[in-house]
Design a protein around this ligand. Structure first.
Ligand code: UD1
Ligand code: UDP
Length: 372
């Protein structure tokens, strides 16, 4: 029996790994173990509950306003004994967080093979996104199995010299989860508040945007909302206290925006499916919203998800107040500009990524996904 351990710690990793946990648990020749680092606490637990995943190990490392040093040292120190005790044949990590990088590093020190889920995303600027671009590149040096969500991502790995037979194009596991979340009869008090007005869906949290860039983002959003009473914004806010303070200072007394606690992923997908447009600096949301055919203004200078930009549903608008203001306003006021972006496309998968990854781990082969 092969022992596969999945290690994750933040909300987006959990959203993309829990469907894989549940797929692996169905496989007879695999013993599935879950270790969470607890890099996020409340936001992680919310997802574990949704997917009914109970971790076998929990490092519980989160502290308020943690630094990269805090996260790195706490995980490295605590995960050693878990790996020694569980003795996994392979460890799966996801994406590009500090949990991902530090876990891969620990596995390297202990010579445990690493499988990287969502491998090959790149901006090639190690300060943007920060520290994620470094994290994912570093994991690629260590990883034995590379599960690339798209052909683009796989090409990066090939160009970087990874063995071709270590790369599997699977689609993104988040698309698997999306098959079951959006329903026609979904309701929510916030959607009732928006009524027939235009729902503007907002999220923001990136480390490199904390401080001035985030203030610019919020000011731009406020200006457009105040010029357009037919718009109502819902912003499920990240638990980072720095984000909360900036949002409160810039948007706290704006009647057209509801800043609410983090919502469950099922709610999040249903809000995305019903919004008029989305403003975000999140990675995962750039993958989800295109399949609902809603324009996404990405408040960042770089993206590792060019597939959605090429398809026309994502637009990189940077973090300057003027740029965000102009792009947001244009989509509200110019129907042609809006329609040009509001096209459903699904460059990130067909909903069978978890099955493919599990097939590789169980049988050593899989039926790859080819983007149409
Ligand atoms: C982390 C990841 C980032 C990912 C993001 C997803 C790193 C370095 N960053 O960034 O790649 O995009 O998660 O959201 O790995 N907090 C809570 N409760 C929670 C979660 C967070 O209180 O459930 C607060 C804590 O004060 C914490 C702070 O938010 O210190 C920041 O969390 P942290 O994991 O350090 O960074 P993120 O910005 O969330
Ligand atoms: N999400 C959620 N609740 C929220 C906000 C986001 O469930 O209140 C989901 C969203 O659907 C996506 C993921 O969280 O799947 C994105 O996570 P986040 O923006 O925290 O991180 P990133 O993707 O930028 O790493």
């Amino acid at each position: 029996m092969k022992k596969v351990m999945l290690v994750f710690g933040t909300r987006p990793e959990a959203i993309k790994m829990c469907p894989l946990v549940n797929e692996l648990k169905k496989r007879k020749s695999i013993q599935t173990l879950v270790c969470v680092t607890g890099q996020h606490r409340e936001m992680l637990d919310q997802v574990l509950k949704t997917f009914d995943v109970v971790p076998d190990f929990d490092l519980s490392i989160m502290k308020k306003s943690q630094t990269l040093f805090d996260i790195t040292t706490a995980i490295l120190e605590k995960i050693k004994s878990v790996l020694q005790e569980a003795k996994p044949d392979i460890v799966l990590v996801h994406g590009d967080t500090s949990t991902t990088f530090v876990t891969a590093l620990a596995c390297f020190y202990m010579q445990i093979p690493v499988g990287h889920v969502e491998a090959g995303l790149r901006t090639y600027n190690i300060y943007s996104p920060y520290p994620e671009e470094f994290n994912r590149q570093a994991v690629s040096i260590i990883s034995k199995y590379n599960f690339a969500p798209t052909e683009f991502a796989a090409e990066h790995l090939v160009k970087e010299g990874k063995e071709k037979d270590s790369i599997y194009i699977t689609g993104n596991t988040v698309i698997d989860a999306m098959k079951h979340t959006v329903t026609n009869d979904y309701t929510h008090p916030e959607l009732e508040w928006v009524g027939d007005d235009k729902l503007i869906f907002i999220t923001a949290h990136r480390r490199e945007n904390l401080g001035e860039p985030m203030h610019h983002m919020f000011r731009a959003i406020r200006r457009v909302l105040e010029e357009h009473p037919e718009c109502k914004a819902v912003y499920p806010i990240h638990m980072n206290p720095i984000v909360r303070k900036a949002a409160d200072e810039e948007l706290g007394d704006c009647k057209q925006i509801h800043i609410i606690e983090p919502i469950e992923v099922v709610d999040c997908h249903n809000f995305e499916a019903r919004c008029f447009l989305c403003l975000t600096d999140s990675g995962g949301i750039q993958e989800e919203v295109p399949s609902y055919g809603k324009p996404v203004l990405v408040m960042r200078d770089t993206t590792e998800r060019p597939e959605g930009v090429l398809a026309g549903t994502l637009k990189l608008v940077g973090t300057s107040e003027e740029n965000i203001y102009k792009s947001f306003k244009e989509l509200i006021e110019n129907e042609d500009a809006y329609n040009a972006m509001a096209r459903a496309c699904n460059p990130y998968g067909d909903g069978f990524a978890c099955k493919r990854i599990a097939d590789v781990l169980e049988f050593g082969k899989y039926a790859p996904w080819v983007a149409k």
